[in-house]
Ligand binder design. Sequence first.
Ligand code: DX5
Ligand code: ZN
Length: 236
Amino acid sequence: MIELLPSILSADFARLADQIAAAERGGGTAIHVDVMDGHFVPNITIGPPVVASLRKATKLPLDCHLMIDNPNDFIAAFADAGADWVSVHYEACPHLHRTLELILHHDMKAGVVVNPATRVDLILEILPMVHHVLIMSVNPGFGGQEFIPFSLDKIRRLAAIRRELELTFKIEVDGGVAHDTVAAIVQAGAELLVAGNAVFGGGQPERDARTLLDAARQAELLQSASTGVGRKSKIH
Ligand code: DX5
Ligand code: ZN
């Protein structure tokens, strides 16, 4: 089941509550929150105080994508602020298993993120622990960048690994998800679609979220029609 996660990075930060409400009306089912520290990535955004305010503004799950060094130091603060999902970068966590345990210990859903240059095979051991794997399809730090085409192969590879290992984590994609890329992303096997610029960049988040989600669902339908996925349950 495809889901759209509007990324507030491209929203008007002075009107976040309104912008989130509009994106929710357009079909967004979780809010993607990009946390940047100016060290791990060359940009600075927001932290736990803003998450606490967002928590009061929406009932949707808050998907916090930590692009920070030393994430262990901040996991309790994000839990206290009301984060639901927390994902950390493979590249920022020398003790990734410990970090994921810490997230789970705080009763949040844990995710792991891989940068474009990181092979998905490097996270095999921890896959049973995570609720989602986030494939970065741009180099993290900024919204509005172009989708990196080889990300599609990484999504396909991860979907194959998930089948082989009989796991249920979700595959999330972040960066350059837009009208011209979304069908290929869905057909490669992703189901959580993060979109910043495509939802908020045009100033009409409700309309643009809906249009993007419709295109994604259309691609999902075509995919299941061509592979036969979903037919079996109707026959039996
Ligand atoms: C980039 C962030 C993304 C960003 C995506 O580092 O992690 O979540 O908002 O933006 P778009 O959808 O504009 O590529
Ligand atoms: Zn993100």
